[in-house]
Design a protein around this ligand. Sequence first.
Ligand SMILES: [Zn+2]
Length: 320
Amino acid sequence: MSFSSNVKSELLHCFGEEPHCSISEMTAIINLCGQIIEKDNKICIKIQTENVTVARKFFTLIKKNFNIECSITVRRSSQLKKNRIYVLSVGDKSRRESMLKLLETCSLAYGNNGGLKLNNIKGLFYDVCCKKAYIRGAFLSSGSVNDPEKTYHMEFVVQDEYNCRDLMEVINSFGIDSKSIIRKEHYVIYIKEGEQISDLLNIMGAHVALMNFENIRILKDMRNNVNRKVNCETANLSKTITAAVKQIEDIEFIRDNYGLKKLPPALCATAMARLDFPDASLKELGAMMRPPVGKSGINHRLHKISEIAQQLIEGNGMIK
Ligand SMILES: [Zn+2]
């Protein structure tokens, strides 16, 4: 099973404690994968989903909150993959009143086009607990999350602009920085940061998935840190080696074209030590001097030697 379906099957068994929470969760499901049909004085809510988890959750929630049974039909999608599609219908003529009450409780309104619209998302929430439940319902119906071993990515695919805006507002009210884009006529809300995905798993109540996610995240961070450190050390080392190679070239040029013995004694000693110990660090070279000098003293001498080599190369002949 993918990481995403593991999260969903965990969320299937996760319920808000209070009725206001489970109504929020149910509303998210209706809002994100449902439609309202009114025909011949009959109101019907239809939920269509390829995910059996969503179907089961909705079935349970509507029974729990309104004591209404759904009828379920399963059909094959017309696409090549032939996935199962679960269609849950709620409502018949005799239940018009209870259906109106359900819509009112869920702050849902329906327009002439049969579309659903959440009237006032803020009115739906009794407290923070309901916002969490709404995100859980939204994730079940329209969310997915990558395996943390790959890139960090969580997304919600939403059909219309209003639902996108509302859901983003709820998510971001928890200090999460979700963004949205339009992809193939859908609105996609996405979160890219590991820590924020982890926060959202916690908010939705997917605690087992959260622990697995965090374990992988810690390992990945450790691996990255080690790599970064190795890269950094390698970079420093190659900088040191490049510098030493240049110093040796300069010293050999002076030796062959001028003579090391003609250099001031301190520079001569430094040059000979560098030739004898090409791998020594500046600090080590400094310690070989009599009297010893510090790292910056050796650095200064080596600069001086390079300047002399440069003057010789440029053919000035005059050594200051
Ligand atoms: Zn609540």
